[in-house]
Design a protein around this ligand. Structure first.
Ligand SMILES: [Zn+2]
Length: 150
């Protein structure tokens, strides 16, 4: 046996974050997040929870989620995890489907406020171990805020 240690082949790292969560249609139509509705009890979740926490069902219909939501809360991050350029912004976005999503926010620091209308966008969220950007969902200020309810 060779005394030389064989270098471990590095697995290719991901460049697209969870295709089961985010759809970016190839035909150029707008990207959307994938919700999963339990076929037995109707509970809608994002991300997919299997089995369903409501009834332990294991069959789901994929439901495209709304592209716009309201910013519930957010924070500026100045000390980030490795592979992430600081500062960046993270927040919780409430969708009309009564789903709260944690995501990065795209925009200027200090330009967000709670209850702001935001919309889904797609872009790099961090670098992978090969130094390539990982694409995922983010939210940015909504270009055209939906009509306010109330
Ligand atoms: Zn269920």
């Amino acid at each position: 046996m060779s005394s030389e240690k064989k270098k471990k082949e590095k697995e290719p790292d991901i460049t697209f974050f969870h295709p089961d969560l985010l759809e970016v249609p190839q035909d150029g139509s707008l990207p959307y997040l994938k919700g999963y509705r339990c076929t037995r009890c109707g509970q809608l979740d994002f991300p997919k929870l299997n089995p369903c926490p409501g009834c332990w069902g294991e069959e789901f219909d994929m439901i495209p989620l709304s592209r716009q939501g309201k910013l519930y809360s957010f924070a500026d991050i100045h000390i980030g995890q490795p592979g992430m350029n600081t500062p960046y912004i993270v927040g919780y976005v409430d969708l009309p489907e009564n789903i709260r999503i944690f995501a990065q926010l795209e925009g200027e620091l200090g330009s967000f406020f709670c209850d702001q209308a935001v919309e889904l966008t797609v872009g790099p969220i961090r670098m992978n171990q090969d130094g390539l950007p990982i694409t995922s969902y983010k939210f940015k200020k909504a270009a055209v805020p939906e009509e306010r309810k109330s």
